[in-house]
Design a protein around this ligand. Structure first.
Ligand code: DWN
Length: 389
């Protein structure tokens, strides 16, 4: 049974950056978050219909940071030992992971038509569809079972986890591995990074919940890697039931039990911290405005869609957002309608404070913007607590 613990209010589609004439018809939904007592899963009360989010107009490009390009290259190099292994990627986005693989070894699945075309153009067989049992059966018929099924920042986007895992299990070879990585619930709780919750993230995963749901679908977690990317993620290695389990699985589960991730009360306390974070952020932004400082936002992220809409951050408080993604530039942020411009146009001498919408890339951004910091420019973040850095 799902028990609600957090209400993040009316929210738009986090990655639908719009033009002025689209404001009137903007889709909004109630973003409410719950804990499932049976599986221990943190999940939304109601899910947004996936085609409303993932379609021809999808704007998030995984390859927009050096950090993620390097991350996927390193992972591919560590896995890529046998050229006969067959690999399938679910949610291949703009090819940031798959492009590290030969085109005759890897197959892509990507429901956003614009990105599916990009991996097709790179030479990969690409199925421009959502991951379902019928697609899994079709791939098995056309290409046989797969040795590795990979998904990065994708599985937590799919409402029906039981169907997803069953469809993976039936397509894996007997000793095949399902490797997937998504933001870690432990890190979200530790850092009050509630902005990891938006329409596209119907679930935030603990290892405990994932193992419960995988097991009822013929799979089990055999290893967990803790990653620093995207504010702290877990890379899960799952195999068919009965496979040897690495000690990292119990280590992660015990840590999560210490944090209370298997108990509803933990999330009630988290909700109180979220409200405090909102009050602190608004106080700092109001203070900056009172002092006539120019405040912008760095990175038009999905995460900042949650923050801005929940906290009520509008163009009154943030002049504009800079972002390197061509598909976002010249548009308005979802729900709060803050203009998005290129860093070349907007990240200049006049900026006093930049709220880090892309706080997960703070290291890469601080290195890139060292001149801004040297001349006294400051960043504002809410992670792990609201502060100026
Ligand atoms: O799971 C998801 C994650 C992985 O990516 C998705 N559902 C959607 C997306 O979430 P996000 O938008 O919160 O992700 P990022 O990766 O934090 O977005 C960073 C944004 O910041 C991009 O639009 C690119 C931009 N950026 C920039 O303008 N300058 C990024 C860097 C590093 C920069 O220097």
């Amino acid at each position: 049974m799902k028990k609600q613990f957090l209400n993040l209010g009316k929210q738009p589609i986090a990655n639908r950056f719009i033009y002025k004439d689209q404001i009137e018809n903007e889709f909004l939904f109630d973003l409410k978050v719950a804990f499932d007592e049976e599986t221990k899963l943190v999940t939304q009360v109601e899910y947004v219909d996936p085609p409303l989010m993932f379609n021809e107009d999808y704007t998030y490009r995984g390859s927009m940071s050096n950090t993620m390009q390097k991350h996927f290259k390193e992972l591919s190099n560590s896995l890529n030992t046998n050229p006969n292994l067959k690999i399938l990627e679910i949610g291949s986005n703009d090819g940031v992971f798959i492009k590290n693989w030969p085109t005759d070894q890897a197959i892509a699945v990507e429901p956003c038509g614009n990105f599916a075309k990009e991996t097709q153009d790179l030479g990969y067989i690409t199925y421009p569809e959502f991951w379902t049992t019928s697609l899994s059966n079709k791939i098995q018929k056309n290409h046989g079972k797969q040795n590795i099924i990979f998904a990065a920042n994708c599985i937590c986007h799919i409402p029906d986890l039981d169907e997803t895992f069953k469809a993976v299990e039936s397509l894996l070879t007997e000793d095949g591995v399902f490797i997937f990585e998504d933001p870690s619930l432990a890190e979200v709780i530790n850092n009050t990074s509630y902005d990891q919750i938006y329409d596209e993230h119907p679930h935030v995963f603990s290892v405990i919940a994932l193992d419960n749901i995988l097991k009822r679908n013929g799979l089990q977690i055999v290893k967990v890697d803790n990653l620093s990317v995207h504010g702290g993620s877990n890379r899960i290695y799952a195999q068919k039931l009965g496979t040897k389990v690495d000690s990292s699985v119990e280590k992660n589960k015990s840590y999560e039990r210490v944090l209370g991730l298997d108990k509803f009360e933990t999330f009630k306390r988290f909700a109180e911290k979220v409200e405090q974070s909102k009050r602190d952020l608004i106080r700092i932004l109001n203070q900056c405005k009172k002092e006539n400082k120019k405040v912008i936002s760095y990175g038009a992220t999905s995460k900042s869609t949650t923050i801005f809409n929940y906290c009520g951050v509008t163009p009154e408080l943030i002049d504009y957002i800079t972002d390197t993604t061509p598909e976002k530039q010249g548009k308005l942020s979802p729900g709060t309608h803050i203009p998005i411009i290129t860093p070349e146009e907007g990240f200049d001498e006049s900026v006093d404070y930049a709220y880090l919408g892309a706080w997960n890339f703070i290291k890469e951004i601080s290195e890139k913007e060292s001149k801004y910091l040297d001349r006294g420019g400051k960043f504002i973040t809410h992670v792990p607590t609201v502060k100026i850095v």
